[in-house]
Design a binder for this molecule. Structure first.
Ligand code: HAM
Length: 428
């Protein structure tokens, strides 16, 4: 059929938009409760904003073009570089730590799969200017609380946390070189999805020896803070490297959120700029892609704006979240929630109905009437189809008496109400 949306792009019919609006309202509500301020940036950015620091994966998915001024442009695939630029530009004037959120629409030319489209909306919450793990715990708590606000508990969603600094320290401590780290990170990242022999081959190509390859697999299998702490105790600088992660766990425990949290070193994150604690939230059955991902990116502001500020944040998309909400039967009503539908009995009643509609709307009542005068039965049918609670019927006799007939469309009962008292009756 002609006129179909592009693959990976969505038409939002009213039902779907109602769900999206519910998601946005919940996001905004939690962000406000955490004291975050909303910001936005341009949907088009210079291409180089992403080629500099975001990493190969996302750069390979960019929508790019050359504009009429011969500039290389990208549709934004993520918000973090824009945020880094914006904060860098005004860094002096902004009170730290900065707590900002945004809900951009993002574009990535992704391979088609469940939970991943070529456009999505993403809640971003970021804290800039705080290096300590209290900020990491605060952001994790915010991400978990967003899901709690949608009604999900620890049996339905899990936060999996790791720390790139911990991974680095463990890998270097087990004999890998700094140059081999990217290959080791990639293998750990894919360790739950790709067979071991394929990963081992990749590591061998990167020059990683067989003993070190075994170490990579051992590290990827570490689960729980105790196991990670024990492994760290055996390598140089391990105790120190493990402190932020342990502290963030203690703080989440103090907040009563420990039940959502798992330490899982396979969480590496696809973006290149992360430097410390990283995390992803999943549905407990892990049947879908990540609901949310984020972490600390202490070097990005310096690289993009020259201003050296520690930073961390997360992005939570509307696609997987929407699927989870639909799965659990959550479907907000799309109807426009009419308070009343006005019915004109004869052609002469149309003008008084228009006047009344206008007065009621001015006073905040949601009102509709038939745009084409028709039989009362037809008008009432439309009123029901529109989901109106009440029909207000006005005919020549009613006008003479200064009243209207108010019919409850749920029960079918009717009352005569003085026109002056209509507001009160509708609001009742
Ligand atoms: P990300 O992991 O690329 O991180 O994306 C975060 C979340 O956005 C994912 O967990 C997923 O919910 C959603 N998402 C990503 N790509 C798609 C897609 N193609 N279709 C549907 N949903 C998608 C970032 O973007 C980082 N910039 C987040 C961040 C903010 N880090 C620090 N601050």
């Amino acid at each position: 059929m002609q006129g179909k949306a592009l693959p990976g792009f969505r038409d939002f019919y009213p039902d779907e938009l109602a769900l999206r609006n519910h998601i946005f309202a919940t996001w905004r509500g939690v962000a406000a409760r955490y004291g975050f301020e909303e910001y936005d940036g341009p949907p088009l950015e210079p291409l180089e904003l992403y080629t500099q620091k975001s990493g190969e994966e996302i750069v390979g998915q960019l929508y790019t073009f050359r504009d009429k001024g011969d500039r290389e442009i990208a549709l934004r695939p993520e918000m973090t570089p824009t945020l880094a630029r914006m904060v860098g530009t005004r860094a002096q004037a902004l009170k730290k730590p900065i707590r900002w959120f945004s809900i951009p629409q993002l574009f990535r030319y992704e391979r088609q799969q469940r939970g991943r489209l070529r456009e999505h909306f993403q809640l971003n919450m970021d804290i800039i200017g705080e290096a300590g793990p209290a900020a990491d715990a605060e952001l994790l708590a915010a991400a978990i609380d967003v899901l709690r606000a949608f009604g999900f508990g620890p049996g339905e969603v899990r936060a999996r946390i790791s720390d790139r600094q911990v991974l680095r320290t463990l890998l270097l401590g087990r004999g890998l070189t700094a140059a081999q780290l990217p290959a080791a990170f990639a293998a750990i990242d894919r360790s739950e999805r790709v067979p071991k022999d394929v990963l081992a081959e990749g590591l061998r190509e990167a020059g990683v020896g067989s003993r070190e390859t075994d170490a990579v697999f051992e590290i990827a299998e570490l689960r729980g803070l105790e196991a990670v702490t024990a492994a760290l105790a055996k390598v140089r600088g391990g105790a120190e490297a493990g402190e932020p992660l342990a502290e963030a766990c203690r703080l989440l425990d103090a907040m009563g959120l420990a039940g959502f949290v798992e330490i899982d070193l396979t969480i590496v994150r696809g973006l290149a700029y992360y430097t410390g604690i990283v995390f992803e939230l999943f549905d407990a059955g892990k049947s879908l892609r990540a609901i949310c991902g984020g972490g600390r990116y202490d070097g990005l502001l310096k690289a993009l704006s020259g201003v050296d500020l520690p930073a961390l944040g997360f992005g939570m998309g509307d696609v997987v979240l929407g699927e989870l909400l639909k799965e659990r039967g959550f479907a907000p009503a799309a109807s426009a929630r009419l308070d009343a539908f006005l019915v004109a009995v004869s052609g002469e009643d149309v003008a008084p109905v228009l006047r009344l509609a206008h007065e009621l709307r001015d006073r905040g009542v949601a009102v509709e009437y038939g745009l084409r005068h028709s039989a009362i039965r037809k008008q009432l049918e439309l009123a029901v189809a529109r989901g109106a609670r009440l029909a207000v019927i006005i005919g020549p006799d009613e006008r003479k008496a200064g009243i209207a007939v108010v019919r409850d469309l749920g029960t079918g009962t009717e009352r005569k109400v003085a026109v002056d008292a209509l507001m009160h009756e509708i609001r009742r």
